[in-house]
Design a protein around this ligand. Structure first.
Ligand SMILES: [Zn+2]
Length: 490
């Protein structure tokens, strides 16, 4: 959760307006197809420029590692230069997010998350991902997608909350949620045939830039492995948007890409050592800037607080809010907001939810901080119901806020109030435990084994599975002198 973001909603409206121009047939230099899009390259560039800061705000911001950023740019530029759009300016950004993701916007904006970078094994695999996204740009998929309506594609947990808890005008924050889901929808909107086309173009650019196209296949294998491990581990949301979800049917794509790459597979550069040194020291998993979920507990080391959701709740940390889903259809949302009033009861009734006329106002203390709850009418999936709203004063003009809804609010309200009461500062031990995990590169020594190295991994669970996955060791072979990724604290 990175609070105090600007709402994203404006972006969706702007896109809708931009997409109403006339359709002109254009022959695409990358695909040879005649395409109909309402957008000129200049309009694409303008939209990309406008969207870029909003995408950064929504997807964790740019990862603050200039050397890694420069490395990704260098690889990306080498691919852009051999594409059909030689004059296109490409802008590459590493996102500070552990969600495995990569996507492109009109105007040549290409994004890759550090979660995805952790999975790749060498520069050629990174080139496969960047080449694929560049393919979406050169084939003008990114522009075509803007010509379709994008609102209403909302799925998953977020949509349940949003569709959801339309808090009337009470939620400027809820508007923010609408916006963020809109953005998620537009990074997921490609068709199966567009995905294949992007794979083929990506492989073409890889080969032209001298990379081994086989790396496209090996990275898709890694994505499959990641998907399988993710499903196996508890507490990870299946609904989190990832490169997997937005680029469907990875297994088919592996096969298709392998066939396409056959002519050149096994030839070209892989650049394993350069890649390993580029990702050495990169944060793995949650960053302390954003807070993290551990089971049903949310911890934010930077802002120094934690709270505990009821047992069985699944929490998801998004840049705008922490969202939660309970076992019996309960939903919750947590975020922060600036407040004029220092009194949570006044804030709740006169600022946040003033137009909803909240009832049943209660004041109490949550670990020494003034808190208030009230009930208010909301619409959940079109049905009107009551939600429990809570505000906790954190000082310096800030309120932490919860929204809870449940098919049986009466039965759940004590548990919900317990969540509010659990909000507190971290202990010294919790702060120490919140030191982030990082990728550290280890050179395999004679006598090193997969099990031995896996024991040095400091991930919460499935250390051996993570070690094998992050290093592409499914065939179980370690060679002395080989560089491998470990994940350790500090
Ligand atoms: Zn794609």
């Amino acid at each position: 959760m990175k609070a105090w973001r600007r709402p994203f909603l404006g972006a969706v409206a702007a896109v809708a307006i931009a997409a109403t121009g006339a359709c002109t047939p254009v022959r695409n230099p990358a695909t040879g197809d005649t395409q109909y899009t309402s957008m000129s390259p200049a309009q694409e560039a303008a939209i990309g420029k406008d969207e870029h800061p909003k995408v950064l705000a929504e997807f964790g911001g740019a990862y603050a590692d200039p050397a890694l950023q420069a490395y990704v740019e260098r690889v990306g530029r080498s691919l852009g230069q051999v594409s059909e759009l030689k004059d296109q300016t490409f802008t590459f950004t590493v996102l500070d997010s552990d969600v495995v993701n990569a996507f492109a916007l009109p105007g040549g904006y290409v994004y890759v998350s550090r979660g995805l970078l952790a999975l790749a094994d060498n520069e050629a695999e990174l080139a496969g991902v960047l080449g694929h996204e560049i393919g979406h740009v050169t084939a003008r998929h990114t522009a075509q997608r803007y010509d379709r309506a994008m609102l209403g594609q909302l799925g998953s947990l977020g949509a349940a909350i949003l569709g959801g808890v339309l808090l009337g005008d009470a939620g400027a924050q809820m508007g923010q949620q609408v916006g963020s889901l809109g953005a998620t929808a537009y990074v997921q909107g490609f068709s199966r045939s567009q995905e294949l086309e992007a794979d083929q173009l990506g492989i073409r650019y890889m080969a032209r830039a001298g990379y081994d196209p086989e790396a496209m296949v090996s990275f898709l294998d890694a994505m499959d492995g990641y998907g399988a491990l993710n499903r196996q581990l508890s507490g990870r949301s299946e609904e989190t948007p990832t490169w997997l979800a937005s680029h469907p049917r990875a297994r088919d794509r592996v096969r298709d890409a392998a066939q396409t790459a056959e002519a050149q597979a096994g030839q070209g550069r892989v650049e394993s050592a350069a890649y390993m040194s580029a990702v050495d020291g990169m944060i793995f998993g949650d960053s302390p800037e954003q807070g993290h979920v551990r089971g049903n507990v949310f911890v934010h080391p930077k802002l120094d607080f934690r709270f505990e959701a009821p047992a069985g709740f699944k929490l998801v940390n998004t840049p705008a809010a922490v969202l939660g889903k309970g076992p019996r259809g309960q939903i919750m949302r947590f975020d922060a907001a600036s407040a004029k009033s220092a009194d949570p009861a006044a804030y709740l009734t006169q600022e946040w939810a003033a137009k909803l006329q909240p009832q049943n106002l209660r004041r109490f203390e949550a670990n020494g901080r003034p808190a208030a709850t009230a009930t208010a009418p909301v619409a959940i999936n079109g049905k009107k119901t009551q939600a429990l709203l809570a505000a906790v004063a954190m000082g310096e003009g800030r309120m932490y806020r919860f929204v809870f809804a449940s098919p049986q609010l009466g039965a759940d309200s004590a548990a919900f109030e317990g969540v509010v009461r659990s909000l507190r500062r971290l202990t010294a031990a919790e702060r120490a435990d919140a030191v982030p995990l990082r990728i550290r590169i280890h050179t395999v020594q004679p006598g090193d084994t997969i099990d031995g190295l896996a024991r040095r991994m400091q991930v919460d669970e499935a250390a051996r599975e993570w070690f094998v996955l992050l290093n592409g060791l499914q065939d179980g072979r370690l060679v002395p002198g080989q560089k491998v990724k470990l994940v350790v604290r500090g």
